[in-house]
Design a protein around this ligand. Structure first.
Ligand code: BGC
Length: 401
């Protein structure tokens, strides 16, 4: 196969898919998102409900992923389940997530565990969230309590998913989900950004104190900013608080996660919408596969000595052929960046399953479809296509750590 058709998965490369607890587990009733979904006057279109019922069906999900050929699985553990009431930790929930780690390994899937993926316990939100006094101590205490989940058998821990998006949740609450628009992001809250950077460092310390061998990092929502002629400084000023400051904060980490979906063009007056005739995904974002390669290069410019893992990349579409075309284009850009010497250690596709896309089930990102009534899983052609490349990597001796 030519370079355009397949990705040359190197030895030891992580070849996986990503999910997040709230988006697939269902009935995450002690989380702030569950409360937001059910609040009077909410802008949220539909509640998460049972999601994909993966809280119960994770063995089947992992069976499918391993059968398809993937070697790695990134999933998040849910703080709101582990500490549903402040200071009360659930041994049963910790044991549940430990079973998932062991279940992944038993199937030949290396688990990457995310400690925080957008949701917090409702009690944490009610006491003021990330900027309330003691918030980062509480996060560190949760990470310590969750140690049995990851202290052995987990090579990679992601502390916080997309802190740059978490820091705009306030704006999204005010403006609606459309605030994550095709024409750029609102300005992240400065205090929340600082608190998240602190929380990340504290979590890294805790994880390292539990097992110094675990490779710790976090994942940033990259924007692939493109400055229009003359707007280079405006683009840089736009990108810094929305992305670069979080990448910069990963300078001492073992890896940094790049999450890429589309680009943002920036002109003299700031971000501008995609061209009128541009193809758009179900999320309203411009169909732009080269974003991944561009985002990887931008990240490497900021922290050249930190290895990169692509922790999310994908497309919401009902046309699975477009998913394959998009992913081919994204992987081509990734392979070129690697050919140019950028250290990339893995690729995780978003997402394993069609899932709850923060307010709606309409944007379908999955390699596997889920029947909302029966929860029956149906593997899409894209899942078979992408998984097969991992099978080749495994045969050529994928690192088993
Ligand atoms: C998030 C996922 C989300 C995906 C697609 C990322 O921002 O980490 O939770 O579903 O993008 O929007």
């Amino acid at each position: 196969m030519s370079r355009d058709d397949t990705f040359p998965v190197p030895h030891g490369f992580l070849w996986g898919v990503s999910t997040a607890a709230h988006q697939i587990e269902g009935q995450n009733t002690n989380s702030d998102w569950w409360h937001k979904e059910h609040a009077a006057g909410t802008h949220i279109k539909e509640p998460s409900g049972d999601a994909a019922d993966s809280y119960h069906r994770w063995p089947q999900d992992m069976d499918l992923l391993a059968e398809l050929g993937f070697t790695d699985y990134r999933f998040s553990i849910e703080w709101a389940r582990i500490e549903p009431v402040q200071g009360e930790f659930s041994r049963a929930q910790i044991a549940h997530y430990r079973r998932m780690v062991e279940g992944a390994r038993a199937r030949g899937l290396r688990p990457m565990v995310t400690l925080h993926h957008f949701t917090v316990p409702q009690w944490f939100a009610e006491r003021g969230g990330w900027t309330a006094p003691g918030a980062t101590d509480l996060f560190a205490r949760y990470v310590e309590a969750a140690a049995p989940v990851f202290e052995t058998g987990v090579a990679h821990v992601c502390t916080i998913n997309e802190p740059n998006i978490v820091a705009i949740f306030g704006a999204i609450d005010r403006l609606g989900v459309g605030a994550i628009g095709p024409a750029g992001l609102p300005l992240p809250d400065k205090d929340i950004s600082a608190a998240l950077i602190d929380a990340h460092r504290r979590a890294r310390e805790v994880v390292k104190s539990i097992s110094p061998d675990i490779k710790v990092g976090w994942s940033v929502a990259t924007q692939a900013c493109q400055a229009l002629p003359g707007a280079e400084r405006i683009s840089a000023a736009y990108s810094w608080p929305r992305e670069d400051v979080f990448v910069e904060a990963s300078r001492d980490d073992d890896w940094v996660g790049v999450q890429s979906y589309t680009r943002t063009r920036v002109g003299m007056d700031g971000p501008i919408p995609a061209p009128m005739d541009a193809e758009r995904t179900l999320s309203g974002w411009e169909y732009y596969p080269p974003a991944l390669g561009e985002a990887v290069r931008h990240t490497a410019q900021i922290v050249p000595s930190v290895p990169i893992i692509v922790t999310e990349n994908g497309i919401s579409t009902s046309d699975d052929a477009r998913r394959i075309a998009y992913t081919k284009g994204a992987l081509k850009g990734l392979a070129e960046a690697m050919d140019d010497g950028i250290a990339v250690r893995g690729y995780f596709h978003w997402s394993a399953l069609d899932n709850y896309e923060w307010g709606s089930y309409a944007p379908t990102f999955g390699l596997i479809a889920v029947d909302p009534a029966t929860f029956e899983r149906t593997v899409k052609e894209s899942g078979r296509w992408l998984g097969t490349m991992g099978r080749t990597a495994r045969c050529s001796g994928t690192d088993e750590t």
